[in-house]
Write a protein that binds this ligand. Sequence first.
Ligand code: ARG
Length: 438
Amino acid sequence: MSVDPGNANARDAHAPAARLASYEAAPGEVGRVLLLYSGGLDTSVMLKWIQEEYGAEVVALTVDLGQPGEDFEVVRGKALQLGAVDAVLVDARERFAYEYVLPAIKANALYGGGYPLFTALGRPLIASIAVEQAQRFGCDAIAHGCTGKGNDQVRIESTILALAPDMKIVAPVRGWQMGREEEIRYARERGIPIKGGTEAPPYSIDDNLWGRSSEGGKIEDLAEPTPDDAITLVTDPRQAPDEPEDVTIEFERGCPVAIDGERLGLVELLERATAIGARHGVGIVDHIEDRVVGLKVRDLYEVPAAAILLCAHRELEKLVCTGLQNRLKPVLEEQWSWLVYAGLWYEPLLADLNAYMDSVNEQVTGSVTVRLYKGSVRAVARKSENALYDPALATFGESGGLFSQHAAPGFIELFTLQSRMAHRLRAERGQRGGGSER
Ligand code: ARG
């Protein structure tokens, strides 16, 4: 039920909800709305609903981030059929790869130790394109199909508000009281075609060049092992080839540029890595996640490209960085991943962290060979002109004065001084940390 008693539609189950923030659009306040349109049930119902409830024109925008198997011309046609005054398709694959996935590679970004952030990386780009197109078409509001339970609403709205402070936002799913049944009835009554029939899809899917996620349905039963039918991109590791495959990834300043000696643009390289990894059952992640809005969720991720490229990138970095850099960077990577997960793409701290990641990646040139075998990825060979590695250094007579094993005992004496002193004193006082108690 709507909670706003002043709203004439208060008893209408699918009327807009009361507003909490000033940026939420009220009916009558907006004349033309840019809708982030996927062609699915929610956003198709929305396309009509905005016209009916807000009396506004709708411009539909669909963004191509490399979602496999999507026919974007069909999606555009459907938007026009549902009364959109215009329907725009933007191919943002190059921008996504170089401006969003590449920084994530440089930051070895994984949220919660397993999620390579593909959705989280896509949202600020989608929202910034929405702002560009809204301004181009003279729209005063942007509408999206996110629910009130997830991270995506935070990511999209934070971006819009950062880039266009005066833009109004409409998030109908958050306010309307329609469940799937009511949406289907709404769609039927208005002749909205329902893609894939009225049968509820088993999972909620989101995908792009950097990965694919499934949520909901059987996945919510935590006691059940990963449902086989939710894994559709990656081969079941049990069915993967019986022979391992070695794949060599070449990097220039942190950017992957070639696979097995073949130079590729980043979009194509990500697609190639996805195909090779998927064939070997690589990159299945069954993940419990803490959402920004407090809820816990279980997600199934299929991220073969990330599994291969992050493994190779991390290995190369370890080789060209100093030990101190290698100790600090994961701490900053964790911060980077959290900011991106939380949708704070325009937070100045993220720019600071990117400057650090770029600086480190200046050295990340060379190649790493990974071995793929029935779901596993492991580095087996490395090569770099920037490697801080010289096996001759620790050999007598060949160090050229850079390393002397004779100096080692002096080093050990000084290096361990405080630890030894504390251990002895505390043992004498019978204190914890003295070593003998326990
Ligand atoms: N849990 C992931 C995230 O928050 C994936 C979300 C997928 N989004 C979706 N609408 N199905 O980034």
